[in-house]
Design a binder for this molecule. Structure first.
Ligand code: MCA
Ligand code: AMP
Length: 497
């Protein structure tokens, strides 16, 4: 029986006695024991009624068992669907109703909420912060081997929701081949081996922490220092015994704010990687000056995994995202036609890394994915004659705060539903820690509409990272002659707020 992704990432470690992961309490798990645990969880999933092709929603704390669940989902032939632990009840309802999972795994505290959403349509198992819950109770007594379900390269392995310019989140369908091809390319490109020790401080419900970091570590048999949350003190303690860090730019600005970050501290580190948001050239330069390490910046998307990377050997240039990853083609276009070298255009990408389309959204898929196989990213870029790419803007209306993507339309829809709000415009302004932060401009018909009562109404509906950090009240929104709100004007007017 072959199972493309499970075989490559998990099965090969069945006899591997090396340490896979160390958690914040110093608990360690060896690769072989981890593979056993994956099998026990696979049995628990099967007992809960999961069959090949079913979706398993996982909204669970960052634990070893949560990664093992990813392996277990693959081993049973199911589709793994991780969700941000910060999502509110109404956000959860959308995802669960859209994906129609067979099983939801959640923290015990969310069980009632999930039960309310699922009704009789899906099963629920719990996984608490301390690792207890019905999932582990079910799994603990199970055999440590499981008859792996056959899955091919084109079968779906994961469904990752990504917000969109229409305000509705879209489920990006990732096949076994999509994930494995990218993991292989990145492992080779960044020279990740079993000698590496990766500091893992990212959430594991997004592409960055789940696929870029964990798929490459599993493929290479590297060690993982698994931090439950990002914390500078722990990072400073772990850096001398580690070789690799993957983070969003906020990781690097926070490290730079700490005087303990020095050349001596980082002398055993092999590579610092940044992505998910633009890394400022000044951060790149300051990190180089302080540590002697040139951060390697790469660029990707949920729908495509990683698209480009600065080189491991060679110049890592600040302000550029490097070259297309081997096996990935990039073209820069205007109205679908490739532009001349050096001209700005839409970044489009094609390759084994590009997703299979949006779950239940054939029209949206057809809009973004060309018949030729090129996916239209919504990012604007330029390419130099040697193939190096720089991102110069975005055609999509998107704010990236601390590496989390926030689509203004989603927040505007919630704001516009508040009684007394006539219209709103949500935009990002520069923020020293998160890169960008969210401001909402409001036009109201009523003096009683205040920031307090708006935030009181909308915040229970949106995850914390999406909440506007400031509300500004205006008589009208600035518009161009076509009637489109000029967010650049708003950004300029409030950029010092
Ligand atoms: C936390 N808060 C935030 C954010 N994170 N607000 C806006 N944006 C954020 N990113 C809120 C908290 O709720 C809290 O609110 C306050 O800010 C301070 O929290 P703090 O403790 O400082 O935050 P933290 O827990 O240290 O988190 C910061 C973080 C985290 C470590 C940068 O946001 C993070 O892990 N970001 C990574 C996201 C990621 O993995 N992105 C990859 C997506 P209050 O106190 O007011 O309640 S995948 C992707 O983009 C593509 C594919 C790619 O290329 O990788
Ligand atoms: P998502 O797929 O929603 O997680 O976010 C992908 C988006 O993040 C991309 O389309 C880019 O706009 C942005 N992004 C990812 N990496 C970088 C980077 N290194 N520099 C600038 N933007 C980035």
């Amino acid at each position: 029986m072959t199972n493309t992704l499970y075989d490559a990432l998990f099965a090969g470690h069945a006899q591997n006695n090396a340490v896979f992961l160390t958690d914040d309490d110093g608990n360690q798990i060896r690769y072989a024991d981890f593979v056993w645990r994956v099998a026990q969880l696979a049995h628990a999933l099967t007992d809960a009624g999961v069959t090949p092709g079913d979706r398993i929603v996982v909204q669970a704390p960052k634990l070893t068992d949560t990664i093992a669940l990813y392996g277990a989902a693959l081993q049973t032939g199911a589709i793994y669907m991780p969700l941000n632990t910060g999502y509110t009840h109404s956000e959860l309802r959308y995802f669960v109703e859209d994906a129609a999972p067979t099983l939801v795994i959640c923290d015990a505290g969310n069980e009632t909420d999930i039960a309310d959403i699922c009704g009789r349509d899906c099963g629920i198992l719990t996984l608490a912060q301390d690792g207890t819950g019905s999932l582990s109770t079910q799994a603990n007594a199970k055999p440590t081997t499981y008859p792996t379900v056959s899955r091919g390269p084109d079968d779906l392995a994961a469904l990752l929701y990504t917000s969109g310019t229409t305000g509705r989140s879209k489920g990006a369908m990732m096949s076994h081949k999509n994930l494995l091809s990218n993991a292989r390319s990145l492992t080779d490109l960044w020279q990740i081996t079993a000698q590496d020790r990766l500091i893992h401080a990212l959430p594991i419900f997004h592409t960055h922490g789940l696929f870029v970091a964990l798929n490459t570590a599993l493929l290479a048999g590297a060690q993982v220092r698994f931090m439950a949350t990002f914390d500078v003190d722990t990072l400073i303690t772990e850096i001398p015994a580690s070789t690799l860090l993957m983070g969003v730019p906020t990781f690097y600005t926070r490290l730079l704010d700490d005087q303990r970050l020095t050349k001596e501290l980082t002398q055993n580190m092999r590579l610092f990687i940044s992505g998910s948001a633009p890394l400022l050239a000044e951060t790149h330069a300051a990190f180089d000056t302080r540590t002697g390490h040139r951060i390697l910046e790469r660029y990707g998307m949920t729908e495509t995994n990683m698209i480009t990377s600065n080189p491991y050997v060679g110049d890592r240039l600040a302000g550029t995202v490097g070259y297309p990853i081997p096996g990935t083609e990039v073209q820069i276009t205007q109205d679908g036609t490739p532009v001349a070298m050096g001209e700005v255009g839409m970044i489009e990408v094609r390759g084994d890394n590009v997703f299979q389309g949006y779950w239940n959204m054939p029209d949206k898929t057809a809009e973004d994915l060309r018949d030729s196989g090129f996916f239209i990213t919504g990012d604007l870029g330029v390419q130099t004659a040697d193939g190096r790419i720089s991102i110069v803007g975005r055609q999509k209306d998107l704010i990236i705060s601390g590496g989390y993507n926030i689509y203004p339309k989603e927040i505007e829809d919630v704001l516009n539903a508040v009684t007394g709000v006539l219209e709103s415009a949500v935009f990002g302004v520069p923020h020293h820690d998160f890169g960008e932060s969210v401001i909402a401009a409001i036009v109201a018909d009523d003096q009683d509409v205040t920031a307090e009562n708006i935030s009181g109404l909308i915040e229970p509906q949106l995850a914390r990272f999406k909440h506007p950090r400031k509300y500004v009240f205006m008589n009208t929104l600035p518009r161009n002659t076509m009637g489109k709100v000029q967010k650049n004007v708003l950004r300029q007017a409030f950029s010092n707020d």
